[in-house]
Ligand binder design. Structure first.
Ligand code: XMP
Length: 531
């Protein structure tokens, strides 16, 4: 196994992710763990992460002595390289300029780490790497025993190696995808140099996570808000695997879910997994409170607040020990790693609120419950893989994201049950066709080729003709986007044939809608949802 010592970089989890991708088991621990801990951990290799700090400011940000005494391979990344150099007798200086972003690094001297790994060759025959840099300080003198492994014009010592001791360090970040060969480099370190065994699979993660949940929860009880989304579903399945009936899921149906979604969730969790699930039909309450409210932000706030109220009422019942329960002391959430980063980063660089996102933040304090977040270290695709390994159906796990306020933000303006019913049916037709239409070139369905697709209800009426009669009915807009991060998105160039089929089916099958339009706006300046 590999030990990753974290010096406080935002991307340390990415190192762990790359190591897991090489099927090697790893753990992240703070940089100041004790020497005894490191010895007991007995790593095959150690990776020192980057940091926000500079080596000068932070005397306490050092690698423990055991790192150097153990005789195992060590890889320093960015700050990890600087502290390696400083601790082993080299020199680090504060750079006058920060180097940030894309850089081309020249590889030197045939090291076990970089040999044969390159993106291109210069006319002179130098092997070059395309990398991502982010640093102010730099190593200006190598420690005794080291040789130069990489350089750039701005950073002459961008990589060093002491092959006798198997110490390697790079100033750039191999863990981010912008460093093209980063994955190959990390894999080389953990597999070849450290000799770790590539035998870690998702099944092992389940076993470890189940153990950890049992340790944390003991014989106490847990409640979880099931939304039908990927993250809460996978969290529920995992926790249920660990503690069975000590988990109670509360599924708040706000009446703004997709067609048959509530039944599907119940069938899966109550039916197949035999989990305890309480379904709360709160649609009356939501419709009543939303009635007459047209402002998107006001709608979001109402839905968010009601959701918390309803959930809290259920949780209080469980806490009071109703229905044979002891009372829950834990609240489980499907928080995943990007959420952790986002909420940490949001404090410093939060700009104006474009949309107030619906989540249950603040709930645990209000409820006086401890938090259980078994997915906190995982990325979205790892969560999906975990879900499939836990036996959840791939269609559920690979579903497009669905916003917390549900159809509430896809019915423009005033929300009515009648509108929600029409929208649900139109949306289901669109999704069904997207799943069926395959792209010739890739063989993939258009559902898989798009990141998010849905129908939007427009409460305006237009004139149409059907048979011999005039119609005067509502409009639906179709939205389909492609994006990797949901921060920017392009509208998807769906085949005309597909659009034609969808519009024909909606207008024929959903009485009350007589016009279908396709949204051809990118984000920015438009957003993905209409509200
Ligand atoms: P926008 O519309 O801001 O959406 O471009 C970006 C992504 O966020 C989703 N979204 C939400 N997800 N609660 C959520 O859990 C919300 O309140 C919410 N609002 C938007 C949206 O579906 C898209 O994937």
């Amino acid at each position: 196994k590999i030990l990753i010592l974290d010096f406080g970089s935002q991307v340390t989890q990415l190192i762990a992710r790359r190591v897991r991708e090489a099927h090697v088991y790893c753990e992240i621990h703070p940089n100041d763990v004790s020497d005894a801990f490191i010895r007991e951990f007995a790593p095959k290799g150690i990776i020192l992460s980057g940091s926000h700090a500079s080596t000068y400011e932070a005397e306490d940000l050092r690698a423990p002595q055991a790192v150097w005494d153990l005789g195992v391979p060590v890889l320093g990344i960015c700050y990890g390289m600087q502290t390696m150099a400083a601790q082993l007798g080299g020199k680090v200086e504060s750079g006058k300029t920060r180097e940030f972003g894309y850089a081309e690094v020249r590889a030197h001297g045939h090291t076990a780490l970089l040999d044969g790994i390159e993106d291109f060759r210069t006319p002179e025959g130098h092997g070059m790497l395309k990398v991502w840099m982010s640093h102010g300080d730099k190593v200006t003198e190598m420690p005794p025993g080291f040789k130069l492994m990489a350089s750039t014009p701005a950073c002459p010592i961008a990589g060093i190696a002491d092959e006798a001791r198997r110490y390697y360090a790079v100033q750039f970040h191999p863990e981010v995808t912008h460093t093209v060969q980063g994955r190959a480099l990390l894999e080389r370190f953990v597999l070849q140099i450290a000799g770790a065994k590539p035998d870690w699979v998702m099944k092992d993660h389940i076993a470890e996570a189940v153990e950890a949940i049992r340790r944390q929860v003991g014989d106490e009880e847990v409640i979880l808000g099931l939304s039908g989304g990927v993250d809460s579903s996978v969290a529920a399945a995992l926790i249920h695997r660990a503690i069975g009936d000590q988990l109670t899921c509360v599924f708040v149906d706000h009446g703004l879910l997709r067609l048959n979604e509530g039944d599907m969730v119940m069938e899966m969790f109550a039916g197949k997994l035999h989990a305890r699930v309480i379904r709360v039909d709160a649609s009356e309450l939501f419709m009543r409170e939303l009635s007459g409210v047209t402002d998107p932000e006001a709608k979001r706030k109402i839905i968010g607040k009601l959701f918390v109220d309803v959930f809290k009422a259920e949780a209080d019942k469980l806490k009071a020990g109703e229905g044979g329960h002891k009372g829950a002391t834990f609240l489980a959430q499907g928080t995943i790693y990007p959420d952790v980063i986002e909420s940490g980063g949001a404090k410093t660089k939060k700009a104006t609120t474009i949309k107030s996102h619906h989540n249950v933040g603040g709930l645990p304090e209000q409820l006086g419950l401890k938090l259980l977040e078994p997915l906190r270290d995982l990325f979205k695709d790892e969560v999906r893989e975990l879900g499939v390994a836990l036996g959840l159906p791939p269609e559920m796990v690979y579903r497009h994201p669905f916003p917390g306020p549900g159809l509430g933000v896809r019915i423009l303006g005033d929300v009515k049950r009648e509108y929600a019913d029409l929208l649900r049916r139109a949306d289901a037709i669109f999704i069904e066709e997207l799943r069926q239409w395959k792209d010739d070139a890739t063989g993939k369905s258009w559902y898989d080729l798009t990141s998010q697709a849905f129908a939007v209800f427009l409460p305006v009426k237009s004139v149409g003709v059907m048979g011999d009669g005039r119609t005067y009915d509502y409009v639906v807009a179709l939205r389909a986007v492609q994006t990797s991060d949901f921060m920017t998105a392009d509208w998807a160039e769906l085949p005309y044939g597909l659009l034609k089929k969808v519009s024909g089916r909606i207008i024929n099958e959903v009485r009350g809608i007589n016009r279908v339009t396709y949204d051809v706006s990118s984000k920015p300046p438009a957003t993905i949802e209409w509200e």
